[in-house]
Design a binder for this molecule. Structure first.
Ligand code: IMP
Ligand code: MG
Length: 174
């Protein structure tokens, strides 16, 4: 059983920040259709909330990437488990991720989607955790930056597949 440590971002705080991100994205992409790519499974909850705060037409697709196995340490290798359903050539692609840790996953995604010639390619993550970053990454939209090194759960984030459905983001007790 998962033991919750400290609640860092409450449901209310998350909701307000997602509204702000949605407003920013709507403004930045005014007059354009967005092709939103959610990274399974962690981005599921954030993406569901965020797309409802975006005023533009939105197409949705998903990718599934493996970078961790079941441990809480990065294995350093990234594999595509499920690719996009549709061609993104000429689309305004926005990658949605739950959290950026080492940066390996988002770097891999950016590089591989860039090769498919989208009209534009940006990244939106809810949590940025730069303490263990291995790759210097440009992230276009960030919910919150967490400067600690703790493993976080909730709002899509899991520890061994548990905790994704928690409405808040928290640390876990060992
Ligand atoms: P990165 O490739 O090291 O940036 O890791 C990104 C992926 O690792 C995310 O999509 C998450 O699935 C997972 N991850 C990294 N840190 C955490 C965390 O604190 N809680 C839950 N999952 C995490
Ligand atoms: Mg993930």
């Amino acid at each position: 059983m998962l033991k919750i440590g400290e609640i860092l971002y409450t449901e209310e705080v998350i909701k307000a920040r997602v509204q702000q991100l949605g407003a920013m994205i709507s403004k930045d992409y005014e007059g354009k259709t967005l092709y939103v790519v959610g990274i399974l499974k962690g981005a599921l909850i954030f993406m569901a909330d965020l797309v409802r705060e975006i005023q533009n037409p939105v197409r949705m697709d998903f990718m599934s990437i493996s970078s961790y196995g079941n441990a809480t340490q990065s294995s350093g290798t990234v594999r595509t488990l499920k690719d996009l359903d549709l061609d993104i050539t000429g689309q305004h692609v926005l990658i949605i991720e739950d959290i950026v840790d080492t940066g390996l996953t988002v770097d891999f995604l950016k590089n591989s989607l860039c090769l498919r010639n989208p009209a534009s390619l940006k990244v939106c993550v809810f949590m940025d955790k730069p303490a263990k970053r291995k790759i210097d990454l440009e992230i276009d939209y960030i919910g919150y930056t967490y400067t600690g090194e703790d493993f976080l759960v909730g709002y899509g984030l899991d520890a061994g597949e548990e905790g994704r459905n928690l409405p808040y983001i928290a640390t876990i007790k060992e």
